[in-house]
Design a protein around this ligand. Structure first.
Ligand SMILES: Cc1cc2nc3c(=O)[nH]c(=O)nc-3n(C[C@H](O)[C@H](O)[C@H](O)COP(=O)(O)O)c2cc1C
Length: 179
């Protein structure tokens, strides 16, 4: 049994997902045992699942546990990073049509404090739906790190540069405060 604090890291399909090793390394240095959950889009477009499993030391979960699979320990903290426009809006609307969203719905309902670090460009962020979703998640107790000094949206088509300066550390600091 691990004595390290358990971090559940939810990875959505946006540019920083390809650099998730940066977050896992930071979390390990900070004393966390990291269990990754990835969306279908993250797996399809961004993640090397085998490399992430090797680095984290645990399988990357993308769907429900089958009989015989080792259960994932309960989290001391949950981070959703990068959190996409899609997942933020669906999560806030109560849609649970995939494994990560179902888990997030349960964790939110259980009152586990969750940190979400979005990665959206200025065009996506300007949608009133997104603004409402961020407010809704905050009302539910989710720490959404969006705004001045937190994640600030970048102009469209500058995602690569923005991903290289994605503020993983902010998510980790917030997780540390909550654990
Ligand atoms: C190359 C690529 C880059 C993308 N970048 C972003 C992004 O920066 N932010 C975002 O919210 N969605 C981005 N998307 C779109 C999401 O992947 C898409 O909305 C997907 O449905 C998200 O699914 P998920 O929320 O389940 O991960 C990108 C997709 C691709 C293929």
């Amino acid at each position: 049994m691990s004595e390290r604090r358990v971090l559940h890291l939810f990875i959505c399909g946006a540019g920083p997902a390809a650099r998730i090793h940066e977050m896992i390394d930071l979390a390990h240095d900070d004393g966390w045992d990291v269990y990754c959950v990835a969306t279908e889009s993250a797996v399809q477009h961004f993640l090397d699942v085998d490399a992430v499993a090797e680095l984290s030391g645990h399988p990357v979960r993308t769907t429900y546990r089958r009989p015989g699979d080792t259960p994932t320990p309960n989290p001391d903290a949950v981070v959703v990073a990068p959190a996409t426009y899609n997942t933020i809006n669906k999560w806030a609307a109560g849609i649970a049509d995939n494994y990560p969203l179902t888990q997030l719905a349960e964790l939110t309902g259980l009152g586990v404090r969750i940190v979400a670090l979005p990665f959206v460009n200025q065009a996506l962020a300007a949608n009133s739906t997104f603004i409402r979703s961020v407010a809704e998640l905050r009302t539910s107790g989710v720490a959404v790190l969006f705004g001045p000094g937190e994640f600030e949206p970048h102009p469209p088509r500058t995602g690569d540069a923005a991903a290289s300066r994605f503020p993983w550390k902010l998510a980790l600091e917030a997780a540390r405060q909550q654990a």
